[in-house]
Write a new protein. Structure first.
Length: 446
């Protein structure tokens, strides 16, 4: 069979699998479990119309992560009996709808997300997005392989929205047309995620972290003011590598500045490794057809024992609240789910398994909150004697290494509780230090 006939064969197979959104939704049955691709890889056409089959079904579970857009199936409480969105990580719309009972959180470590969901509940339908098929019959799942490929391999039906605006990426995102049941052709813009500009506190924290990162380190960064500040402060470093859960705009900047080369990386030298990408058009253009970026399964990228094989691995995460013994609450405000564990424990533990590795947990020393039952606001310390009742411990005190605020760095690894109390009070806001000492004594923490 010559090249032209092979191409025609795959094109014929592709066209035989083309269907409409309405046809795809007709396959959904009462009690089904649907898994959607993550963040900017989510299939917008199917999700935006999922609620239209509400009269025909009940009790359909939709597992997803970091949903970017607000879809009626979970944002409209009138569909509460038809759909339940179960999320691995909350975004603002999901937090809001939790109160309405249309969503529920799935506790997880990211590297186990797909694996454990497969063990718990069979997937009837996987829905995602892909870049167009090449002449060999391959498409790319584009922006995420966090759990997508592993779910697609066991799902009864695999339906992808094929969009020419999705970047073509390499790694575990590659999927053959023969592995796909149906395709829906789409042409919408990819959701953009503009990370906030660092403020003065972010820059102070970023500078302190960057000073402790050595040339030749491999880094993991998240998104937000503090991670952006860290990446900006790394511009004078040499030969950094990337092994990260999320590929960000800051990493593009570091590569283009010649800071990221990957020459000293232990695993996949020269390659920038991630499990998903989210950012601006600059990022999407950068990763398109770029063999230097590989998007791999989250079960591999975020496995602490894989992460630990990188020499001088550095993990940088943020937290909402930390107690004086080192327990980090990074995903809830009291009992209310705010975000998710994600890969925080994966990467923090993995970095500490690495020879010369370091794990950083960053936070502002204070927060300004509304006083319950009034319109008044007050400033509170985010370093506390004990976590807010109901708070979720995202990172155990046994797994904390460096803690950084705008007032300094506390190195906790290997320390006693007494040492931790002293070190954490020293980087708390000065207005709260005496109060923290008193409460530590009253509670006999140290």
């Amino acid at each position: 069979m010559n090249a032209m006939s092979k191409t025609n064969k795959y094109q014929d197979l592709y066209f035989s699998k083309k269907i409409t959104v309405e046809k795809a939704l007709s396959f959904v049955k009462t009690g089904d479990h649907i898994v959607s691709a993550l963040a900017a890889a989510e299939p917008r056409n199917m999700l935006s119309k999922l609620h239209t089959i509400s009269e025909d079904i009940t009790d359909v579970r939709v597992s997803t992560c970091l949903p970017i857009l607000e879809y009626p199936y979970f944002c409209d409480p009138s569909y509460k009996n038809q759909f339940l969105m179960e999320g691995w990580f909350y975004m603002p719309a999901v937090r809001k709808m939790h109160e309405a009972g249309t969503v529920s959180y799935i506790p997880n470590h990211l590297h186990f997300a797909g694996v454990r969901r497969n063990e718990h509940r069979h997937t009837n339908m996987f829905i995602g997005t892909a870049s167009p098929m090449d002449e060999h019959g391959y498409l790319s799942l584009s922006l995420s392989a966090t759990y997508e490929k592993e779910i697609a391999q066991v799902a009864d039906l695999v339906i992808l929205e094929v969009n020419p605006k999705m970047p073509r990426t390499f790694g575990d995102t590659i999927i053959h047309i023969s592995e796909i049941d149906y395709v829906i052709e789409a042409d919408y813009d990819i959701p953009l995620f503009q990370s906030p500009e660092p403020n003065e506190k972010d820059r102070i924290i970023g500078r302190q972290i960057a000073e402790l990162i050595e040339d030749g380190s491999t880094i993991q960064l998240g998104i937000g003011g503090i991670p952006n500040a860290v990446s900006a402060e790394l511009m004078n470093k040499k030969d950094l590598g990337i092994h990260t859960e999320m590929f960000t705009d800051g990493m593009v900047d570091l590569f283009e500045a010649g800071v990221v080369t990957g020459r000293k990386k232990t695993l996949q030298p020269g390659k920038m490794v991630a499990t998903f990408a989210l950012g601006t058009k600059k990022l999407y253009d950068f990763i398109n057809n770029n063999p230097g970026v590989v998007i791999l399964n989250g079960s591999y990228v975020n496995d602490p024992y894989v992460i630990g094989q990188n020499h001088k691995m550095v993990s940088i995460n943020t937290t909402l609240e930390i107690d004086l013994t080192g327990q980090c609450c990074s995903e809830s405000i009291g009992h209310r789910q705010f975000s998710g564990t994600g890969g925080q424990a994966d990467t923090a533990i993995g970095a500490q398994l690495s020879k010369g590795g370091k794990s950083f947990i960053a936070l502002y020393s204070t927060a300004n909150i509304r006083v319950p039952g009034s319109n008044e606001r007050k400033t509170i310390s985010k370093i506390v004697p004990r976590l807010t009742p109901g708070a979720v411990v995202s990172l155990s005190r046994n797994d904390v290494d460096y803690v950084v605020t705008e007032y300094g760095v506390a190195h906790l690894k290997g320390t006693s509780i007494r040492e931790r109390v002293e070190k954490l009070i020293a980087i708390a806001h000065p207005d709260f230090r005496e109060q923290l000492k008193r409460e530590a004594n009253e509670l006999m923490i140290w």
